[in-house]
Design a protein around this ligand. Structure first.
Ligand code: KG4
Ligand code: ZN
Length: 349
């Protein structure tokens, strides 16, 4: 399947998309590759717990889903009768959260008598690159491309041969990169999610003031659990010497650990590029919002002549627009689901 496929849709197709895999309730309306609306309600309830509490997440989705979907339809300026299909996140994600989105999507699909489409959340992160205006220059990666997908639950290098044909060629064996950001942030007392805060404090910090061991893992795989442990010991030992160590060195601590995580990701990406000879390079997932990650990748791309694709912030973290574009490709292929469709917490590609 070629990239131009959606442009070849003879009639405009309108899809309502619903995302509820983790702690963001989101709904979007797409007309072919164009996003008409993309409403995201981020749940604040988890901040004080240092991570997502699954039971609270599903309850918050239940509260948010009706207003979020109504808002998406209103912002798009469409009527419910304009909707041609409903796409929803089947997985991977938290089962209780996924159930809220899937039940709601099935209800609308049955009520409007339009097809239901199941979408894999991780594939959707990657396909966000095919949205019109997905980045400032409206450039889209050509197939095949490599995508480094880095989120709170996953870290994957994916070879993307076509919109619906993708292969994971490297992945984390334990913690995800976003999880590493969030866990080290928690150790130094930052609230959840810690990734954006580490990014913020790093801006005026020294990237190489402290060094942390990078784990050595075979092939194109990653491991971040050892880094979290060595960071914990590093903080504990320094606090013994100076109880104000964190406060006095916050920016340098953040910049140094961020540098270690980002360079680990980019080292493996470079090996993947050498092995596959693919130089169309995309990033996706929440961690792709990280400013140093974006900057370092752009610089590496310039140096090595890669075509680098970095999504707009709104399409990095969880959003329903990406579910809509993935649904659009499945619509084109008549890949519809029945009303017995159900979510799967560990959905493979
Ligand atoms: O893709 P996403 O929104 O949700 C999942 O599917 O997991 O990713 C969330 C993750 C969190 O771990 C969060 O800390 C991280 O993305 N994140 C960042 C930044 N913004 C979000 N990590 C580092 N720097 C950022 N600016
Ligand atoms: Zn995600």
């Amino acid at each position: 399947m070629k990239q131009s496929n959606l442009e070849q849709l003879t009639e405009p197709i309108t899809i309502l998309a619903i995302e509820s895999s983790c702690d963001d309730t989101s709904a979007a309306v797409l007309k072919n590759q164009t996003v008409l609306s993309n409403v995201i309600a981020t749940q604040k309830v988890h901040e004080e717990f240092g991570g997502v509490v699954p039971e609270l997440a599903s309850r918050a989705h239940q509260q948010n889903i009706i207003p979020v979907v109504n808002q998406a339809i209103q912002d798009a300026g469409i009527d419910k009768s304009d909707i041609d299909a409903v796409a929803y996140t089947k997985g991977p994600g938290l089962l209780g959260s996924l159930l809220v989105g899937s039940s709601f999507a099935k209800g609308i699909s049955a009520g409007l008598n339009v097809p239901l489409i199941e979408v894999n959340h991780m594939q959707a992160h990657i396909l966000a690159h095919q949205i019109d205006g997905n980045n400032a220059e409206n450039r889209k990666p050509k197939f095949p491309f490599l995508c480094l997908t880095v989120s709170g639950g996953h870290t994957q290098i994916v070879r993307v041969d076509s919109p619906l044909q993708m292969e994971i060629i490297g992945k984390t064996l334990d913690d995800a990169a976003g999880e590493a950001f969030d866990k080290v942030a928690k150790i130094i007392g930052l609230s959840y999610p810690g990734g954006p805060l580490i990014d913020k404090y790093s801006k005026t910090g020294d990237n190489i003031k402290y060094s942390f061991p990078k784990s050595k893992v075979d092939n194109l795989n990653f491991s971040f659990s050892g880094l979290k442990t060595s960071f914990l010991y590093f903080i504990r030992d320094n606090i013994k010497l100076d109880k104000n160590f964190i406060e006095e060195n916050l920016n340098d601590i953040c910049a140094s650990i961020q540098h270690t995580i980002i360079s680990t990701l980019l080292d493996k990406l470079q090996i993947a590029i050498q092995r596959t000879n693919i130089t169309e390079i995309a990033i996706a997932g929440g961690v792709s919002a990280n400013s140093k990650f974006r900057e370092d990748l752009i610089n590496l791309g310039k140096k090595n002549n890669w075509n680098v694709f970095i999504p707009k912030f709104e399409y990095c973290t969880d959003n329903a627009a990406m579910i809509g574009i993935a649904g659009m490709y499945k619509y084109k292929e008549n890949q519809f689901a029945s009303l017995s469709s159900k979510p799967e917490a560990r959905l493979p590609f």
